[in-house]
Design a protein around this ligand. Structure first.
Ligand code: ATP
Ligand code: MG
Length: 407
């Protein structure tokens, strides 16, 4: 394989946001530094619209794995860097091509001369590099429109960068550059995906999970801890999880003998508690995994009545997505195998036979007014909330079914 000596990390759309640019680029650089903290040999350099990671002998593939999940990066290229001299550029180009096997392929050289002091203009360079590569590689044929291999050369004053691979990554905004929100995180498939989408838009998150011990098990709780740990890798390596005891409220709702409304009542209580936690933590929105029409609590009628319990904006990144798309994303971001572990959520336990798909707000408010000590229970749940901070490695142990004997 070509001996790559640096990575090019390209910034995304936020670079157009005028005065925020500097702040975003600084934040990006911090995230990259954090993600690579276990590689002290690496050197990280901020440049115009990109970051260079100087590898100093470290394996490029392993380093790419560490940074590819960082939001705000749109693409990554492993590159060779050589002094800006024709012979050196030609030699490095051959090395990159040597990284491919000997199959017949089409090829094109694309040279950009950023440093106008370099003696050969871009067009001429295309021929000088292309001709040299073809001369040494009879298996290659030129195709300037749709080549299998596009060998790119950027000639700058301090060095020339040569690369052929552009790895597309998630893009979005750097984590935490667009404010903070609370994520309602169940143990299901949807809410972790909703969290990923929210973080991709630059939202800082704190996860909130409601559990009903002893109706829900210790493992159900561990599952949410594992999911939070898994998501923390998209959050700069640390994600807070608030665990809210919900048994008392849930039992009270179940005792109201209004079975079709139990889920509505529960969801409204969750929002009320989350809103209080949001205020404590300085968060300005609540993110949920709701997807329109998926279940009874996610019809428009239900969303309306449930949403009235909160005054903060409710963000529902998945609201218009199909289940299949959500599942694919869950697989991509690695939450799927954890989400499908077979532990019950507090809501599934209390699911009535026929939950209301179109609850009446007045009726719901009336029922709530009859719940003994409702306000008090909300306050107690908030006061008894536990908080922990998760990191990716902690999740790995919990989430590995083989190690933990999940099944
Ligand atoms: P998910 O896969 O995220 O559980 P779902 O399709 O199972 O979603 P519901 O169980 O109706 O849908 O939940 C809708 C949303 O309510 C969830 O996406 C999540 O944001 C929130 N939610 C549900 N249960 C809990 C819980 N126990 N703790 C925190 N949030 C929850
Ligand atoms: Mg669920």
């Amino acid at each position: 394989m070509a001996g790559y000596d640096r990575l090019i990390l390209r910034f995304g759309e936020y670079t157009i946001k005028g005065k925020n640019r500097n702040r975003f680029e600084k934040r990006m650089t911090e995230h990259v530094r954090n993600a690579l903290a276990s590689y002290p040999e690496l050197e990280i350099q901020r440049a115009y619209g990109r970051i260079y990671v100087h590898l100093h002998g470290q394996p490029h593939a392993a380093v790419i794995e560490r940074v590819r999940d960082i939001f705000g990066i749109v693409s990554i290229s492993p590159a060779r860097a050589v002094p800006p001299e024709l012979a050196q550029i030609q030699e490095a180009s051959l090395e990159i091509i040597r990284g491919y096997d000997d199959k017949e392929r089409t090829f094109k050289a694309a040279v950009r001369r950023a440093w106008k002091g370099f003696p050969h203009p871009s067009q001429e360079m295309n021929h000088l590099i292309g001709g040299h590569v073809l001369g040494h590689n009879p298996q290659l044929k030129v195709d300037v429109h749709n080549p299998d291999i596009e060998l790119r050369v950027e000639v700058q004053q301090e060095c020339a960068l040569i690369y052929s691979e552009i790895i597309r990554t998630a893009g979005g905004f750097p984590y935490g550059t667009n404010g903070k929100a609370m994520l309602l995180l169940s143990g299901g498939i949807d809410s972790p995906v909703a969290g990923w989408h929210a973080m991709r838009r630059g939202l800082e998150l704190e996860a909130v999970h409601f559990y009903s011990y002893p109706f829900t098990s210790e493992q159900a709780r561990d599952k949410v801890i594992a999911l939070t740990g898994r998501l923390s890798r998209f959050a700069g390596g640390r994600l807070k999880l608030h665990l809210v005891p919900f048994t008392e409220l849930q039992t009270a709702f179940a005792g109201m003998r209004q079975d079709p409304l139990v889920i509505t009542l529960m969801r409204r209580a969750m929002l009320r508690i989350t809103e209080r936690l949001a205020e404590q933590q300085g968060a300005l929105a609540i993110v949920t995994g709701d997807s329109l029409g998926q279940v009874a609590s996610q019809t428009l009628g239900s969303m309306n009545v449930i949403g009235r319990a909160a005054s903060l904006p409710l963000l529902r990144p998945l609201v218009m997505m199909d289940k299949q798309e959500i599942v694919e994303k869950a697989e991509q971001i690695g939450t799927y195998p954890i989400s499908i572990l077979p532990y019950e959520d507090c809501c599934t336990l209390f699911v009535p036979k026929s939950p209301s798909t179109n609850p009446n707000l007045r009726v719901v408010e009336k029922v709530e007014s009859f719940v003994d000590g409702y306000e008090h229970m909300l306050g107690e749940a908030v006061a008894a909330t536990e908080c922990m901070v998760l990191e990716p490695d902690q999740a790995a142990a919990l989430a590995d079914p083989a190690e933990e004997d999940w099944f």
